[in-house]
Design a protein around this ligand. Structure first.
Ligand SMILES: [Zn+2]
Ligand SMILES: [Zn+2]
Length: 667
């Protein structure tokens, strides 16, 4: 007897083996028609999947309402795309065609170099295939026969993959749709008609199995959705992302630059970018002061012995710059982490329980070696400044410190209009014994992490096995206004560095005996570089007033108002605003246009009447002309916006569901 447990809690029993589709049909003909795939005990399968003849299984029928079905449909669309390419161009060798977070691709080798000019023809052919609504038929064959089929189809890459990559598979599956047959683990949707709306997005180079020594391939990317409206919304987000690319805006708005003579992955902060960073730093510094942190400064290098003690060398050698060798046979390392330096500050004198927690904060610059191919603008760099701090506390204080770190991170993110974030909790793997610190201590710390997140109303997902060997951690994953997720800040507990094997940290307890403190590493923003990159894209370069490099600009209507304009500018500067004046002999319209293009939040327009009345015409970058008011009124209005750190006008898109990325149809 087979018992099928459905999501609503009901159970259907069968005295023989049935397919997912048959169960759907048993529930109702409409569901059978809508069924695109199934999820059996957590695994996504096709509707033709046969359930076992007996036992208990959990089954979800997936329709176009489920993100898991979207991934299955997209892979089917990849097959349709490959089929269309093979119809249009001769001698196509297929490689792999998986789904990605936002769509799918297929790697192939063919004599014709596919360009965007070919897209309309390929899309038209795909449309014809989809209209025929032919089924995707699963075929299973023993490996010898599978090799013969691929050889017969003139698909040498597939032959090689069966012989090498799939050497331990005795049976292999193919999916057939019309004349197109592809070695594929599946699953697929029942037939091509369920592919709603699709689009080819780009074509790029790739290597067979990602190996630069191997055959070069063309990677054709596309995406598909169940409805045209969903596709349109997605394309709009893509376009918006392109418009917001921080590498482009950073150059255009003169925020930062990267120069090959200085070195790849090394950020040069230009004056405007540096001003914005300075404002962020001042904000964070104030939050640190309120929470009892003490500032420290440490050098950019340290003796290699320091990192041997901490274990950063040689264990993380591949992500570090080569040590600097001095004549006296002394070796120094460019600082990959601030922790060892901060530990030595803690150790600079004996510590008493009365002064714990000791919280040492530094905007510390560190250097990590990233391969040049991994570098990208400000978000993947080789030198960066963390908003770092290390807390040394007792075990009883851990929960309180967690709370304070998470509250601070919330405050910072909220102030920037980044309201959409979640916490990933890296916990120990219950089956592993690689961890330092007692299991009991870990459990207490993990429980307090969960508890703190819950009490602060944060969405937190515990991920067992994701902790480093030295302690549990909380990562902040922030979704920007386009719904793209970025891992930014971290709070990391550490039972290792304070241990006898490492730095042997101590404090004298109430009992006059030495005790071991717990250490917490935390950096709410992560690094200023990465955070700035995310912010540029989030705000599309239009920073809120409190952060903007130039907050206001005085524009004179004509030469006659220049003197009064300078007086207004003087008042703005005296009121602590970052302001300039545009007193050129240009038309007012073109001065406004320039200020708009430079994304200056406010313009103060001054003419002869204003000089007489002591007024300005305030112009808002977003809302336009706000009318005449006294200089004092204009200043008060701007001050209020700065004080409340108001964030205005950000594009908003729904965050993508994580399940979209779940598919892995390739063998
Ligand atoms: Zn496939
Ligand atoms: Zn650290």
């Amino acid at each position: 007897m087979l018992n099928v447990h459905l999501p609503d809690g009901s159970v259907r029993s069968f005295d023989h083996s049935v397919s997912v589709l048959e169960v759907a049909g048993d529930i109702g003909p409409r569901l059978a028609k809508a069924a695109l795939a199934g999820e059996v005990d957590g695994k996504v399968v096709g509707v033709d999947y046969k359930l076992p003849a007996s036992g208990d299984v959990k089954l979800r029928i997936l329709t176009n309402k489920n993100p898991e079905a979207l991934a299955v449909m997209r892979h089917s669309c990849a097959h349709v795309m490959a089929r269309a390419v093979m119809r249009l161009f001769p001698n196509v060798q297929l490689a792999f065609g998986p789904t990605t977070g936002a769509g799918f691709y297929y790697d192939m080798d063919l004599p014709h170099a596919i360009g965007e000019a070919d897209f309309p023809a390929i899309e038209a052919e795909m449309q014809r295939i989809i209209q025929l609504d032919e089924p995707f038929e699963r075929i299973e064959e023993p490996r010898d026969k599978a090799v013969a089929i691929c050889a017969d189809l003139k698909q040498p890459l597939k032959v090689e993959h069966i012989q090498e990559g799939l050497a331990d598979h005795q049976t292999l599956s193919f999916y057939r749709q019309g004349e197109f047959i592809d070695l594929c683990r599946g699953p697929h949707i029942p037939s091509a008609g369920a592919i709603g709306a699709f689009k080819l997005t780009t074509v790029a180079g790739a290597y067979w199995k990602g190996d630069a020594e191997k055959q070069q391939l063309q990677r054709l990317y596309g995406t598909a959705f169940f409805s045209q409206a969903d596709l349109d919304a997605h394309l709009k987000v893509l376009e918006e992302a392109k418009r917001r690319d921080h590498r482009v805006l950073g150059k255009q708005l003169e925020l930062f630059s990267i120069n090959p003579l200085v070195g790849q992955g090394l950020i040069l902060w230009l004056p405007k970018g540096a001003t914005i960073r300075g404002n962020l730093e001042a904000f964070v510094r104030e939050e640190l002061r309120l929470r009892g942190y003490q500032p420290v400064y440490t050098p950019n290098i340290g003796r290699i012995e320091l990192y041997k003690t901490s274990g950063h060398f040689p264990y993380y050698k591949e992500s570090q710059f080569t040590p600097i060798e001095l004549e006296e046979n002394e070796h120094y390392l460019l600082k990959p982490m601030n922790c060892p330096h901060h530990i030595m500050i803690y150790k600079s004198r004996p510590r008493s329980y009365r002064e714990l927690p000791v919280r040492l904060a530094e905007f510390g610059t560190v250097y990590r070696y990233e391969k040049s191919g991994e570098l990208s603008g400000m978000t993947r760099v080789r030198g960066f400044t963390q908003d770092d701090a290390h807390i040394f506390c007792t075990e009883e204080q851990v929960a309180g410190e967690f709370r304070s770190c998470i509250e601070m991170t919330q405050k910072v993110l909220d102030s920037l209009g980044l309201k959409n974030y979640r916490v990933r909790l890296g916990f120990r793997d219950p089956m592993s014994d690689k961890y330092v610190g007692s299991e009991e201590t870990w459990h207490r710390a993990q429980a307090s992490l969960v508890e703190v997140c819950k009490s602060l109303g944060m969405e937190a997902q515990p991920e067992p096995g994701e902790a480093a060997f030295y302690g549990p951690k909380a990562d902040f994953v922030v979704a920007d206004c386009l719904g793209r997720e970025w891992q930014l800040g971290t709070v990391q507990l550490d039972y290792n560095l304070p241990s006898t094997e490492r730095f042997g940290l101590e404090y004298i307890g109430q009992d006059n005996q030495p005790h071991r403190p717990v250490m917490i590493h935390r950096a709410p923003l992560g690094s200023f570089e990465r955070f700035m990159g995310v912010l540029i894209e989030h705000f599309a370069g239009a920073f809120p007033l409190w952060l903007a490099a130039e907050q206001a600009r005085v524009l004179s209507v004509s030469e006659k108002s220049e003197e009064y304009g300078k007086q207004v500018l003087g008042e703005l500067l005296a009121a602590n605003f970052r302001a300039t004046g545009d007193f050129r002999a240009e038309k007012l319209g073109s001065k406004i246009r320039d200020a708009q293009l430079e994304l200056i939040p406010y313009m103060l327009v001054v003419g002869p009447r204003d000089a007489e009345n002591g007024t300005v015409s305030l112009r808002d970058r977003i809302d336009g002309d706000l009318g005449a008011m006294s200089v004092a009124e204009a200043i008060a209005k701007l001050q209020e916006e700065v004080k409340t750190r108001r964030v205005r006008q950000t594009f908003s898109a729904a965050a993508p569901t994580a399940a979209e990325t779940a598919a892995g149809e390739e063998y």
